[in-house]
Design a protein around this ligand. Structure first.
Ligand SMILES: [Zn+2]
Length: 269
């Protein structure tokens, strides 16, 4: 709409404005002039809706001592307590989820994702994918991807085959589905030794920069070991990142990974 049209007055002016300006309503021209003037003097206020905090850039794992804590087989009742522990220390982790548990506890999957953790695929029924048929593998993976997507809105691009059991067939399918296979470096056998101090000691004795630590958030003995593990390692300068961050986002579908070799302390620039 332009100026000359708005200074017309009376019924003819309204009609002219309606015809030439394509107005949707026949408001009196005087009123339109006033509204237009008011709008141009006071700009519309900023929308009040809260904006999400901009996500800080991930740590540069070629320069700092990065470590990826990973939690398998959940979510379960004990996962909520773990999420509180991680949030209180501002630590990010990766969760390899069992599809049927993700379907049972979608709220926990959503919480994991919204807190900035990485959610990933650990098969639907904790199946031995390395020995499974093509049909079984595809069913286990696609059902899990779907359960996680429904709960969190994201489709994982990381897979941890249960028992670390893989095969050429699984590798081919994972590649086609766009998923890297993530194994681990440090295994404190927390599922066998249900002893919090024992788990702490085994992790603290073994970790080095670039490592991936395998834990299970379905055991409360493990969840209770997490504060000490984080606090002791943070005091040594470790930074806790998701698996994708540990590799700087450079993970190839189908490939297997047990640790990152590009981190600080690995003898590389
Ligand atoms: Zn598992």
């Amino acid at each position: 709409m332009d100026g000359p049209m708005l200074v017309r007055r009376g019924a003819a002016g309204v009609l002219a404005a309606a015809v030439f300006g394509g107005l949707s309503t026949l408001a009196p021209v005087d009123e339109r002039v006033r509204l237009t003037a008011a709008r141009s003097e006071t700009p519309a206020p900023e929308p009040k809706a809260p904006r999400p905090e901009p996500k800080p850039p991930p740590p540069d794992c070629t320069r700092v001592k990065c470590l990826a804590l990973t939690f398998d087989d959940g979510p379960a009742e004990s996962t909520g307590e773990l999420l509180d522990i991680l949030a209180s220390r501002n630590v990010k982790a990766t969760f390899f989820l069992i599809g049927e548990n993700a379907a049972k506890y979608p709220g926990l999957v959503r919480r994991e994702h919204e807190a900035g953790h990485e959610v990933a695929d650990h098969s639907y029924t904790h199946a031995d994918l390395g020995r499974a048929s093509k049909k079984k593998i595809i069913s286990e993976l696609t059902r899990t991807q779907e359960a996680i997507r429904r709960a969190s809105g994201v489709t994982p691009d990381l897979l941890r085959p249960p028992y670390g059991s893989t095969s050429e067939r699984l590798t081919r399918i994972a590649r086609r589905m766009g998923m890297a296979q993530i194994l681990w470096t440090v295994d404190p056998l927390d599922w066998r030794h249900r002893d919090t101090e024992d788990i702490e000691r085994r992790v603290l004795e073994s970790v080095k920069p670039g490592h991936i630590v395998l834990l299970h958030d379905i055991h409360s003995t493990t969840v209770r070991a997490v504060p000490e593990i984080i606090d002791r390692l943070a005091a040594k300068g470790y930074v806790f990142v998701t698996v994708s961050e540990l590799f700087g986002g450079k993970l190839a579908p189908g490939e297997e990974y047990t640790q990152s070799n590009s981190g600080e302390g690995q003898g590389l620039p």
